[in-house]
Design a binder for this molecule. Structure first.
Ligand code: 0L1
Ligand code: MG
Length: 262
């Protein structure tokens, strides 16, 4: 690690304040170009600690930048991992207030809910699928705290991978009878199709993202707990939204989920 504890605490407080006040900031590596990957995850862990200490609950985990479309959109080559909070949860068909966000975008995701814990190293998609309780459609609302979404990977990790809001809905389905790679995904904005894809867009198989998360946590002495909800990453590139927009996601065999921006 290159940053001391006080700097990590200061950067976590700064990024959390930007999130809670819907204020943007320059990417933190501008001021701390020496920071390394461990520093980036330590800042994210400190944001998580602050939220729990102030009475928040961690609602789930997420993998981000797991599709080639997202990697290309953001100019990066590696997935990132973060968490989502209880106050980020929106009911199916519910409203997201844009005044609470900086520049929201939406992503279509296949969401896993686990029945057993998973721990790396060596976790593979077979283990993920046998430990999965069900999958369900989800829309993630991302909202990078960095001005104009201009960031690098370390800054994004520190900023809890742009996590902001999410909605789950549609049908819970066991994975045994589904080929997650070939599930068709259609996202509509105000009734117009704005993004199309299939499950395989996420690392060839969305369960790969969950295995990578288990291996990432395992390397840090942690695990995916039983019962965890995990967003496996945007299947298409993210779509910008504004007040008045209605978003619907339809995933083949899994039904649909929607939200509105007000
Ligand atoms: O969920 C994600 O794909 C994470 C995205 C992080 C970068 C971004 O803000 O697009
Ligand atoms: Mg996402």
């Amino acid at each position: 690690m290159k940053l001391d504890k006080a700097t990590i605490a200061k950067l976590a407080e700064h990024l959390e304040n930007c999130e809670l006040r819907a204020q943007d900031t320059l990417k933190i590596t501008d001021e701390y170009p020496e920071m390394d990957w461990d520093d980036a995850y330590a800042i994210q862990d400190e944001i998580r600690r602050r939220k729990v200490a102030s009475g928040g609950r961690i609602a789930g985990l997420k993998a981000g930048l797991t599709s080639f479309a997202k990697m290309k959109q953001m100019g990066v080559e590696t997935p990132v991992f973060g968490f989502v909070t209880d106050y980020g949860a929106v009911p199916d068909g519910g409203e997201v207030k844009v005044s609470e966000l900086i520049h929201p975008k939406v992503e279509p995701e296949i969401v896993f809910v686990m029945k057993r814990a998973l721990k790396g190293p060596g976790c593979h998609i077979g283990e993920v699928l046998s430990a999965t309780d069900f999958v369900i459609p989800g829309i993630e609302v991302i909202d990078s705290r960095y001005r104009d979404f201009k960031f690098d990977l370390k800054s994004v990790i520190a900023d809890n991978t742009s996590a902001a809001r999410f909605v789950l809905g549609g049908r819970m389905r066991a994975v045994a009878d589904l080929d997650l790679r070939t599930l068709g995904v259609v996202m509509e904005k105000n009734g117009e199709v704005v993004a199309l894809g299939a499950g395989a867009a996420v690392l060839g198989h969305p369960a790969t993202a969950i295995a990578m998360l288990a291996n990432h946590l395992g390397a840090r002495g942690q695990e995916i707990p039983a019962g965890a909800m995990i967003m496996s990453g945007g299947i298409t590139e993210a779509v910008a939204v504004a007040a008045g927009d209605n978003i619907t996601l339809r995933i083949q065999h899994l039904g649909s989920v929607s939200l509105k921006f007000v």
